[in-house]
Design a protein around this ligand. Structure first.
Ligand code: MF3
Ligand code: CO
Length: 259
């Protein structure tokens, strides 16, 4: 499948959708504290998305026969991605919570994620978050015209493993645009110099998912929540990136408030 190249209009709309996704994610971060539930975050996220005139790309998203039931994906500790918010999940000091926000706006999708510590977390988990965030940066730096997708993958995997952590294999980053998932797949593992060639005008969701323990994951009986099989905590950071002749441009950076 060929990788879509966005034209000027598509890029302008991607900018808008991604700015909204970034703003919603940024607004949720300060709400994370011990005692609130993942449903509280869901409701705040749902309302922020609506206040921007956007729609959640997760709500009703179909996978097989199931439809995702919430507007946000909120994954705690050993939950890697696609955690379903619930009032039964109360955040506690020492938890980590991954917020994944995907919005539709004017026919285009913006996708980003961030793992937030709840209160004080163990030093090893703090390092897991830092390394995953840095791995995302290193991956983005490889999203250069003329490189290949495998250059992004290899940069992420090499860095993560050099710090003794493991990348998730079952889920991957992806192109994003008029659909949440477009070609190409962007694994967080792979070899330099392999895969599709990167051209200008691609919009790519780069998203390392990194486990403190082994790389293996499984999906819970709810059909959505992906957890580590060994129960170790996991981190997830994601940006939507536009490739340009001047290098990668992160579209999901929160904008500074207007003066
Ligand atoms: N960012 C996630 C992804 O790319 C969002 C999934 S929405 C859900 O897969 F509906 F599948 F949960
Ligand atoms: Co994504």
């Amino acid at each position: 499948m060929t990788i879509p190249i966005k034209n000027k209009d598509g890029i302008a709309k991607m900018r808008e959708a991604c700015a909204i996704a970034a703003s919603v994610l940024d607004s949720l971060k300060p709400l994370v504290r011990p005692g609130i539930t993942t449903q509280d975050l869901e409701e705040a996220g749902r309302d922020f998305i609506a206040s921007h005139g956007a729609r959640s790309a997760c709500f009703g998203y179909q996978h097989g026969t199931r439809r995702y039931p919430a507007h946000t994906c909120i994954s705690v500790n050993d939950e890697v991605v696609h955690g379903i918010p619930t009032f039964r999940r109360i955040l506690r000091d020492g938890d980590v919570v991954s917020l994944d926000i995907v919005v539709w706006h004017q026919g285009y999708v913006g996708d980003n994620a961030y793992t937030v510590p709840v209160g004080a977390i163990p030093a090893a988990v703090e390092k897991l978050l830092r390394i995953t965030r840095e791995a995302l940066d290193l991956g983005i730096r490889q999203a250069v015209v003329g490189n290949r997708i495998g250059d992004v993958s290899a940069a992420i995997q090499t860095y993560v493993e050099s710090h003794g952590f493991n990348v998730v294999r079952e889920m991957v980053g992806h192109g994003v645009g008029v659909a949440m998932h477009e070609p190409p797949e962007i694994p967080n593992f792979g070899r330099k110099g392999t895969g599709d060639r990167i051209k200008a005008g691609m919009t790519l969701a780069i998203e390392p998912m990194v486990n403190l323990g082994g790389h293996k994951t499984k999906t819970l009986a709810d059909g959505w929540t992906v957890v580590t099989t060994d129960g170790s905590p996991s981190a997830h950071f994601e940006h939507t990136v536009l490739t340009t002749e001047r290098g990668p441009e992160i579209l999901t950076l929160p904008r500074p408030p207007a003066a």
